[in-house]
Design a protein around this ligand. Sequence first.
Ligand code: NAD
Ligand code: ZN
Ligand code: ZN
Length: 369
Amino acid sequence: MTSKGVSRVRAAVINAIGSAFEIEEVEIAEPQGSEVLVDVRAVGLCHSDLHFAQADVGMPLPLVLGHEVAGVVVAVGEDVTGLVPGDHVVGSLIQSCGTCPRCTAGAPFQCLNPFATLRGPDEPSRLTRDGQPVFGAFGLGGFAERALVHENQLAKVDTAVPFAEASILGCGVLTGVGAVLNGAGVKEGDTVAVIGLGGVGLNVLSGARLAGASRIIGVDVNDEKLALAASFGATDTVNGADSDAVAAVLELTGGVDHAFEVIGMKQTSEQAIAMLGVGGTAHLIGIHKPDRPIEIDVNTLLAPQRGIRGVYMGSSDLHRDVPRYAKLFLDGELNLSDLISREINIDQINDAYEELKNGAIARSVITSF
Ligand code: NAD
Ligand code: ZN
Ligand code: ZN
């Protein structure tokens, strides 16, 4: 690996949808224009990457996933204005052009021209293998020693935040805390239920605590996750495998103001709606397998005035929210360290995803290649 010119880096490559990650060498180009070359020091194993590795959502192959990235800037393109070599950065899959009406109105998560952060179809690929294009998912391609990323997808982060904790800021924290503080508008005293306490759901608990929710109920089927919940702000826990989660939440609260589904299952999405009180809203975060619609009896929404909304990346503005959450962490107000179940080498990625599927761990983070 060299720091100038094309580098060869180790990466976890998906060669066929449904197959395992294969650790291979790929070539990564030099930064041009608004691109930044990042030395990846930590990359988290978010469940979304497993969805995209297993379900065909139209991403070109071969594919390098990985979108929870923290690292150090090694080189910048000639148009980069906000970052210099040596800066510590957090990457995000929120692709924003910076100039469309949504971006200029402060909603980069609704950018109308997200592909502006990628190279055009006629330009050489950022990643190649034996000269053939390799697709870096969402403009990040973080499961690699280095990543070439548009500066709009990177936020500078305080060097006091360790890389593993910083990586989780890029998706788990932006999505989970942001869903509560930006998206849902949870008010002081509101009641909240969170179904699914993985790397994202635990951050929804943190967001509810920061918002001043009066009752925060964590629901999971894994006792290890339920044991973690209190350190993220849960006031109550429910094991959905042992009991009827809806009945338990209704008994505790009479129906919650906000229910967050953070798994991506039909059954739990329907539970989120069924556990709402009058005027409550279900916030659906989990990504569902394709073609698995949920069923709603609309009449159950009308008189109780219940709402349902989809949540994307916590309605986040990366450049506002990453420094804000980093400061909360450094001030001891946001628990990031307990999210990191273990630090692994990239060679362990398949085993670590197997463990994530079993629900036993919050986050594995790759910190060596
Ligand atoms: P994860 O695998 O770490 O967590 C899932 C949790 O759900 C585990 O703790 C598991 O024990 C629990 N669970 C499984 N079945 C359950 C059931 N029947 N009842 C209660 N709990 C159950 O996943 P994650 O990385 O936290 O991601 C969660 C979901 O959010 C995924 O679908 C991911 O793709 C999605 N996601 C969405 C966005 C977005 O912007 N909408 C962003 C990031 C992640
Ligand atoms: Zn993610
Ligand atoms: Zn835009």
